[in-house]
Design a protein around this ligand. Structure first.
Ligand code: SIN
Length: 321
């Protein structure tokens, strides 16, 4: 029989975390167990062989460009192997949606690339990581599955829509109004919506991301009551950037109120930033709902993207020149 390979790439997170006292899973250190430890004793999907690699070992709050580069390189390598049916990435929950978005934007694979995670450390008596990893393996082994997907608490969410919406619940992710793609129940994948669509990979953009000395600097700014424009002016000021050894600001994503509206004091400062050559993109601080571009818009709209994803989209756009 033809054996399909599933490659599991470990990057750390709570799924690989250990609590000092196994009975108190609130106090733990993320990224302690190897990906091999996580796979030990898990059933292998029928007709499959598992391979694994430790790509990083971090708390995903500290994720940086070097980890994304390493991960992208290993994904590109393994996805190109004909005998590889799918990939699984174990990842921290905190920035999982950013990695998922970036992988889909750059790779849009024809094979399933499944990110999974956990909200409780590996040595908690009620750890959720093993079941999430089992579900991710089942999804990666599913014929016809494709695109960058997230599996958590039995739900399958697409990279474009997934967002962490709860700080403690096991079912910590939502796909908002787009809804989930399906679920994994007792090892069986049930699908309700289309898989993320494959694309011819943007090889030039990928190459630029892999080789650029830094990513274009894009910051996120939140609009709120009693705001003032000083933060924007400080962000745009090259002298401030130089003091911190940061590259000059290239873009600003506004997490606006409601429909992407902005406090008038910020608006004036954003206009100054835009006039100084900084790209300004409007999104919303609301978790659900889509922004509608309007004819009178002064600032471009990040339709359907959360502020962190709008930031990545703008970085890629700037990188693409
Ligand atoms: C992390 O994001 O690496 C730590 C938190 C988590 O995985 O839930």
């Amino acid at each position: 029989m033809h054996v399909k390979k599933i490659v599991v790439l470990g990057t750390g997170g709570t799924i690989a975390g250990l609590a000092t006292d196994a009975n108190d899973s609130r106090q733990y250190v993320a990224a302690q167990q190897s990906v091999l430890d996580l796979l030990a004793g898990l059933p292998i999907p029928p007709g499959c062989e598992l391979l694994s690699e430790q790509v990083a070992q971090i708390d995903s709050k500290d994720l940086d460009l070097s980890v994304w580069r390493a991960l992208l390189q290993r994904c590109v390598h393994w996805l190109a192997q004909p005998e590889v049916q799918g990939l699984v990435i174990t990842h921290g929950t905190d920035t999982l949606e950013e990695t998922a978005f970036l992988l889909q934007a750059l790779l849009a694979p024809r094979k399933p690339l499944v990110l999974t995670c956990a909200m409780r450390p590996a040595n908690a008596p009620d750890a959720d990581g093993p079941q999430n990893l089992r579900d991710a393996l089942a999804l990666a082994a599913t014929a016809g599955a494709q695109g960058v997907l997230v599996v958590c608490a039995g739900r399958i969410l697409g990279a474009q829509d997934v967002q962490k919406v709860h700080s403690t619940r096991l079912d910590a992710f939502s796909a908002g109004e787009a809804g989930e793609i399906g679920q994994v129940r007792q090892g069986q994948v049930e699908r309700w919506r289309d898989w993320p669509q494959p694309r011819v990979p943007g090889e030039m953009l990928l190459e630029r991301l892999l080789t650029a000395p830094t990513l274009p600097r894009v910051e996120i700014l939140l609009s709120h009551a009693a705001a003032c424009g000083a933060t924007v002016d400080a962000l745009v000021d090259p002298a401030v950037a130089a003091r911190y050894g940061a590259p000059p600001l290239r873009g600003l994503v506004l997490a606006g109120t409601g429909g992407g509206t902005v406090h008038h004091a910020l608006e004036a400062a954003l206009r100054r930033a835009q006039a100084a050559g900084v790209r300004v993109l409007r999104s919303t601080r609301c978790v659900d709902g889509f922004l509608q571009p309007r004819a009178s818009d002064e600032f471009a709209v990040a339709a359907g993207l959360s502020p962190v994803k709008a930031r990545l989209a703008l970085m890629l756009e700037l990188l693409n020149g």
